[in-house]
Design a protein around this ligand. Structure first.
Ligand SMILES: [Zn+2]
Length: 315
């Protein structure tokens, strides 16, 4: 079988303004790497504007949140921006990109749950893991991975869903959505203290939230130990039906927003370990969705090793 890559040209139209780290060039840098012939076996699909996308969003966010983002999106003329929080910027292209970003995750769930592919990577923006139920924040509007998890439950009857998040920032939004749902597992390695300030060991939900805070300067060896004990062992016990990944690459040592010291080999290792568990409990089903990563070269190379690891698992 194969690995599916989902993306769309409209993701570069989400204009966040001069100097913003979450910028369209992130997509172009990844395109250059994934355009290499090594990636020619990928199945490729465009992230859709699905008829049911709003229905799926409101499984996770109240309708008032969706309507608030929609109403800001309808206020634009050309080349104007609106800040929905200190660093979360909307422009004319944001609404379509945000809906296609969610839609990419939904199509990826369809593909893996119907065994059309083994696993999928969604090269999408805006990212999602900081979007709480009732508010956009941290460059995020909708909780892409949590919406994908709820869709997998509602549409396919998946019983145990896991989101594993190795972005350098804690996914406060995913945690917020999953907080009291024992059949939704959230596991995160992240730097602390750092934005958004959540992610302490003591935040455990109903025993379904597994945080592994790391400190500035921690390297791959410390990451691997924390990831094994705090994320992988509990995840194996949980036995997910589907593994969803919040794949942020800003824990890379060259990233300007984070202070961890991971390298490409660490992302390959982390992906391999998720593949091993998914193979044992979820028939190999993995849906990975891009979150952060702001050094373009480090981002593109790290996405490259992540996707190649998914491809190796599928071959
Ligand atoms: Zn991040």
């Amino acid at each position: 079988m194969s690995t599916l890559l989902i993306t769309h040209p409209s993701f570069v139209d989400h204009d966040t303004g001069f100097g913003h780290p979450e910028r369209p060039d992130r997509m172009r840098a990844i395109d250059r790497v994934l355009g290499h012939e090594l990636f020619s076996p990928l199945k490729r699909q465009q992230a859709p504007l699905r008829d049911d996308v709003e229905e799926q969003i409101v499984r996770v966010h109240p309708k008032s949140h969706l309507e608030r983002i929609r109403s800001v999106s309808q206020s634009f003329t050309t080349n104007t921006y609106a800040h929905v929080d200190g660093d979360t910027v909307m422009s004319k292209g944001t609404w379509e990109a945000a809906l296609r970003s969610v839609g990419g995750g939904l199509d990826a769930v369809d593909a893996v749950m119907t065994d059309k592919v083994d696993n999928a990577f969604c090269q999408v923006r805006p990212p999602g893991h900081h979007a709480e139920k009732e508010r956009a924040m941290g460059f995020c509007f909708f909780s892409n991975t949590a919406i994908a998890a709820h869709y997998a439950r509602a549409r396919f009857g998946a019983e145990r869903l896991a989101v594993i998040d190795f972005d350098v920032h804690h996914g406060n939004g995913t945690q917020d959505v999953f907080w009291s749902d024992k059949d939704m597992f959230y596991g995160s390695t992240h730097q602390m203290p750092l934005f958004p300030g959540t992610g302490a060991l003591s935040e455990t939900g109903v025993g379904n939230i597994w945080n592994a805070p790391l400190k500035e300067g921690d390297d791959g060896a410390i990451f691997r130990e924390a990831y094994t004990q705090r994320i992988l062992d509990p995840l194996m016990n949980f036995a997910p039906d589907l593994v969803i990944v919040s794949a942020g690459f800003d824990a890379h040592k060259h990233d300007p927003l984070g202070g961890l010291r991971l390298v490409e080999a660490d992302f390959m290792w982390a992906t391999t370990k998720l593949v091993e568990i998914a193979t044992k409990t979820a028939n190999g089903r993995i849906v990975s969705m891009l979150e952060g990563g702001y050094n373009l070269e480090a981002l593109a190379k790290s996405v490259g090793v992540h996707v190649r690891t998914l491809m190796a698992a599928a071959s």
